[in-house]
Design a protein around this ligand. Structure first.
Ligand SMILES: Cc1cc2nc3c(=O)[nH]c(=O)nc-3n(C[C@H](O)[C@H](O)[C@H](O)COP(=O)(O)O)c2cc1C
Length: 327
């Protein structure tokens, strides 16, 4: 479980405990002490396993637009457990919400120490891009690799979005974020601008539980919020109805907006529109009037489990230039 730590003394206690267990990376006592001392005043998250700190991460503002992943450490026995990624996602969520455009992180360049090679791979897997190597920072024996991440890049968000079907953290999703996601949905294009997609945001725990109880087999049961997508099947012109295309565009916009704010979701449509018509039962609970179809539910929340990218076919198999099949 990931927790934001407020208390400066607790921050220092946790950072000391973790960094002193990671001397392969934090060998120099003086710089270790500096990280510990500075961590007291920095936004700080800790990961707990059975109430014991397993890792931590803290951020530092380095410019009006940029925040630095100042230091992070996860006990070796918890490596490859998704804890580093969860800590990072909590920090990214915070950085995006605080309005930062970039996150940077420094480490020793790949190819110098095996342990740091793993760190480099980890940062790259999170989406960090190589910015510059500067030897003057830690000396020529420890060339400093600076990585940067554009927190607002649409292309990055598109590549980071995956259907998430795991558990969510319990914490409620602020209304402001739900409104931002919904706004991204209704900002989507629609055939003849008929705007056939409407939304019901659910953040009331009682309503949420009523809806969840209808979903069989159960999915999204731990989601702290949900967006229910409604389609008004009216014609855009003559007998042409584009409601399906309209809500598809709205849903993709919302999925991307959710990921850009540090949340995860999944497009649950097949699950609720099958022969058992869960969608109609949801419509009844929400008081959706005649003329609208409930077509999809989007759980919204922060991921507690690992986010997995499914395999996709190679680019060449699906994309041609100028003539079908031409590469
Ligand atoms: C129209 C549509 C309906 C979907 N319905 C469901 C669903 O009912 N349940 C589910 O788990 N995923 C559903 N998905 C998500 C897909 O399974 C998922 O997009 C696909 O496996 C690719 O994975 P990705 O989203 O991580 O790229 C749906 C996606 C679309 C576009």
């Amino acid at each position: 479980m990931i927790r934001f730590i407020e208390d400066p003394a607790e921050r220092q206690k946790i950072s000391r405990e973790i960094l002193e267990a990671l001397t392969d990376w934090f060998e120099v006592e003086e710089s270790r002490e500096q990280y510990i001392s500075e961590s007291a005043g920095q936004p700080f998250w800790a990961a707990f396993e059975n109430d014991t700190p397993a890792g931590f991460l803290c951020l530092k503002e380095t410019g009006k637009e940029t925040v630095e992943l100042a230091v992070m450490g996860v006990r070796k026995e918890y490596h490859r457990n998704g804890i580093g990624r969860q800590l990072f996602e909590a920090a990214r969520h915070f950085a995006v919400n605080e309005g930062y455009s970039f996150m940077q992180v420094k480490t020793v360049r790949s190819g110098v120490y095996a342990d740091y090679d793993i760190t480099n791979e980890f940062y790259k897997s999170l989406g960090f891009k190589e910015l510059e190597v500067i030897e003057a920072v830690w000396g020529e024996d420890n060339p400093c690799q600076i990585y940067v991440m554009d927190l607002k890049s649409v292309l990055d968000i598109i590549s980071k979005r995956h259907s998430y079907r795991g558990r969510f953290f319990e914490e409620p999703v602020p209304r402001k974020d739900l409104e931002t996601i919904a706004l991204a949905g209704i900002d989507a294009p629609s055939g003849c601008n008929k705007q056939t997609t409407e939304l019901v945001i659910i953040d009331d725990p009682d309503v949420l539980n009523n809806v969840k109880s209808l979903i069989d087999p159960p999915v999204a049961q731990t989601a702290p919020a949900m967006i229910v997508v409604l389609a008004k099947r009216i014609n855009a012109y003559r007998d042409k109805c584009f409601a399906t295309q309209d809500y598809s565009a709205a849903i993709e916009n919302m999925l991307l907006a959710a990921v850009s704010l540090g949340y995860q979701s999944c497009w649950y449509e097949g699950h609720i529109t099958d022969d058992d018509r869960i969608c109609d039962k949801i419509a009844a609970v929400l008081g959706v009037p005649e003329g609208y179809d409930v077509v999809c539910i989007l759980p919204i929340g922060r991921a507690l489990d690992e986010i997995k990218a499914p395999a996709k076919k190679p680019f060449e198999e699906r994309v041609s230039f100028n003539h079908f099949g031409d590469k």
